[in-house]
Each structure stands twice: as C-alpha cells, then as structure tokens.
Design a binder for this molecule. Structure first.
Ligand code: PEP
Ligand code: MN
Length: 338
C-alpha cells in the first residue's frame, strides 16, 4: 500500500502514519520527494485499513498495490480453470452453448424446448423457475413445479440444467432437484448473503453481471462465493445499463478480454438479455465468441410469440439452429471448437 501525503504535510503527520503502519505489524518505506512524501507500507496489505489511513491528518490518498480479490484472480492461478458440469467442460478449448426458454411454462413447452436445444447441438439447457420480474404482477415463474418440468425435459436428452436461484431458502430444494448449475441473476449479483450460501455448496455457479456493476465489483462478488470454498464460478456478461435506449442493455464485449486477463475462471455471454431483441442475438453471440467467450447463454422458445416472459428476445428453434452453424466457423477462426 502506498500512502501519499499532502503537500506540506508535517513531520508529526508523517510519523503518525508510520505509527499506524507499525501498529498493523507492517514496515514503512519513506520516500521524500521535492513536493510529495510517499510512505510505502511493506507487508500484508490486508492488515491495513485504507479507509482509516485516508482520514489521518496530512494524508492525500491511499493506493492499494494488491488486488482485493484473491482466489478468483489469475495471479493465484495463471492457467485458466476448466469447470466440469456432468463431464462437460466450460473454460477449455470447447465453447459451450446453454439454450432454453426464459421461463419454464408447461411440460409440452419444455419437451419441445429440450428437443430443439439438443438438436441444435447445445450441451446444456436453461429455464427459469423463479423469475426476477420488474413488476410484482408479472408472471413470477412456476417455482418448484418449474424445476420438475425443467429436470424432466432436460434429462430426456441428457442435458445438464441451469436455473436461477433468487432466495437462499430454496437452496436445499435446488440440491434435492439436483440442479446442475445455479444461476445468480443480475439483480442479485450483490446479494452477499446469497453469494455466501452458494459458496458453501459444490455446485457450479453462473454469476451474472449486475445491471450497473463494474468489473471490479463483479470480481469481488465472485470472491464472496470463492471465499466460502466453492471455486466453480462462471462469469456471465449480460449487458449493462448505459445512456443508450435503442436496445435493452449494452453488451460489454470489452469485459470479455478484461475478465479473461483478471480471472482464471470461465467467462460466458448472454446475448439475449443484452440486446433484448431476437434479431440482435446472432450478431452479439458471434461477437462474443470472436472476443474469447467460453460459452453463451441463449434464450429460445418453441413458439416465441406465446412466451410468458421475454418473448421479444427468444430465438425460434430454427434460428438457434442456424446461429449454431455460424458459431462453429467463428470458434475455429479463434482457435476454439463448438
Ligand atoms: C435470465 O437469465 O432469465 C435473467 C433474468 O437474466 P438477468 O439476471 O441477466 O436479467
Ligand atoms: Mn429472460
């Protein structure tokens, strides 16, 4: 940690900062420049409280040297991590596409969805049973019944399932229903109690990016899960809120290489919630693969016009099929496979 003193800081103020550094069990390295005095704190930075140092008299600012996230950082694990979901690798050379409807509706809709997802070549299936809706009057998901329909349809095609957990009280039920991947939605990215709880189980977790979360906040949220012992975390970029109103969210393609550099964990992209329109999904999905995403989470409905949730952004089975064909060529161009 480097403590930058204000111009004209007194000797007593400098000694005051050094005393705090010693109190935390660290050593100081003093550098007196012509205008500024810098004090380096040498030792375990986590033992020092930057906010406390910042308010000491004479202190201009405090800069951390190490990153506040550790387990998820690439520094601690330079090689990329590959997470296996019932044997299917996420984060390796092969790109995984998770397809399925926004929400689980009926057994018939789910049977058709699972069939279409498998036929298109996706190796995993999604479907929301607990839906985070903006309006309390909108369809909230089928709940436990939805988990059952999802599980039944996906198992017919041997597809592992991905579904969103909103409430920590449902975690045991998710374990009972053997949900393969727990999705933490954008709105819960900073629900720290929920993150701590999924950190205690050994199921892979897809952590979606919060609507207005910075990359650093997102990494810290992942660290919450990792700190509990669960290191099977997959980041999912799903678009962020900006001043632009022409589409639902802005897909932050830049976040893909940035995250791949910062963390050893896999990064996938959800082009459906980013654009919010089905016609945008192919272009965004292709861009994501070209930029180095390890997978995609794509909404598809057997009959989008009748979808109970996110109808505008759902691909038809035919559109999903056509998209998958284009993704193979892009994957090959960037040294991956589909
Ligand atoms: C979803 O995947 O169905 C969903 C609600 O996504 P997000 O949390 O990204 O809005
Ligand atoms: Mn949706």
């Amino acid at each position: 940690m480097i403590i930058v003193m204000k111009t004209g800081a007194t000797e007593a103020q400098i000694q005051g900062v050094i005393a705090e550094i010693h109190k935390a069990g660290l050593r100081e390295h003093l550098s007196r420049g012509a205008e500024l005095t810098l004090i380096g704190a040498i030792g375990d930075e986590d033992k020092l409280d930057a906010a406390h140092l910042e308010i000491l008299p004479g202190v201009a600012r405090v800069n951390r040297i190490t990153k506040p996230y550790k387990i998820v950082s690439r520094d601690t694990h330079p090689a990329g991590s590959v997470i296996r979901v019932r044997g299917i690798p996420i984060g390796g050379e092969q790109i995984q596409v998770i397809g399925g409807p926004c929400s689980v509706e009926t057994p018939e809709q789910m049977a058709l969805s699972a069939q279409a997802v498998a036929a298109a070549g996706c190796r995993m299936m999604r479907g929301g049973a607990f839906k985070p809706r903006t309006s309390p009057y909108a369809f909230q998901g089928l709940g436990v019944q939805g988990l059952e329909y999802l599980q039944q349809s996906a198992r017919q095609h041997n597809l592992p399932i991905v579904t969103e957990l909103m409430d920590v009280r449902m975690l045991d039920t998710f374990m009972e229903y053997d949900v393969d991947v727990i999705q933490i939605g954008a709105r819960n990215m900073q629900n720290f109690d929920l993150l701590k709880e999924v950190g205690r189980v050994n199921k892979p977790v897809i952590l979606k990016r919060g609507l207005s979360a910075t990359v650093s906040e997102w990494l810290m949220s992942a660290e919450y899960i990792a700190a509990g012992g669960n290191h099977n975390i997959i980041f999912c970029e799903r678009g962020i809120r900006t001043f632009e109103t022409a589409y639902r969210n802005v897909l932050d393609v830049t976040a893909i290489p940035v995250l791949k550099r910062e963390t050893h964990l896999p990064v996938i992209v959800d082009p459906s919630h980013a654009g919010g329109k089905a016609w945008m999904v192919p272009a965004l999905a292709q861009a994501a693969v070209a930029a180095g995403a390890d997978g995609l989470l794509i909404e598809m409905h057997p009959n989008p016009c009748e979808a109970w949730c996110d109808a505008d952004q759902a691909l038809t089975p035919e559109e999903l099929n056509a998209l998958m064909k284009t993704l193979g060529a892009i994957a090959t161009a960037v040294g991956r496979s589909l």
